[in-house]
Write a protein that binds this ligand. Structure first.
Ligand code: CMP
Length: 156
């Protein structure tokens, strides 16, 4: 059965250094997998200050900018391309509100975060930004197109 409001999308999700250092890689990948989303690309990256500033350029005048750059360059991050129906919005909802104090229990930030800068993960907030953020981390040939057998059940 087809659904007019669903479209196959890719989004960028990364575990920030706090998520990696706390050993949450398996937990977060597990949530992505259980939601039947597909990981199309994945790698550990240690951002330089220059690259981190480029990634978060939109926030350069914010008071929290320096703390954010300091944190995301403090250790490796785990970047992934996540694919699925309406993936941008679906992943945002799995991640929860930016502020972990407001994020609902059941969401990644609601369950694991207690700090606005060290808020465990980053996820793209729109399809336009997803495209840019995916290109920031991955070459086209690193992004693999495949289907899991379980997907047949969720055809739309
Ligand atoms: P992220 O989704 O990576 O996007 C920008 C980041 O800035 C955000 O998560 C937070 O970690 C961080 N940040 C720190 N303070 C604030 C704030 N007051 N409002 C929004 N984002 C903030």
């Amino acid at each position: 059965m087809t659904h007019p409001n669903l479209r196959m999308e890719k989004t960028l999700l990364f575990l920030k250094p706090d998520g990696v250092m706390r050993g949450l890689i398996g937990e977060i990948i597990s949530r992505i997998e259980k939601k039947c989303l597909i990981i199309s690309a994945i790698k550990l990256v240690w951002l330089t200050r220059e690259k981190a500033k480029e990634f978060y350029l939109v926030h350069k005048d914010k008071t929290f900018f320096e703390a954010l750059i300091e944190h995301v360059t403090s250790g490796p991050i785990l970047a992934m391309v996540v694919q699925g129906p309406n993936a941008v919005n679906v992943v945002r909802r799995l991640v929860g509100e930016t502020n972990p104090f407001e994020a609902l229990p059941g969401t990644i930030r609601g369950d694991f975060g207690l700090d606005l800068t060290k808020n465990v993960v980053h996820a793209s907030d729109s399809t336009e930004n997803a495209e840019k953020e995916i290109a920031f981390f991955f070459q086209p040939q690193e992004i693999l197109e495949y289907q899991k057998p379980t997907e047949a059940k969720f055809a739309f």
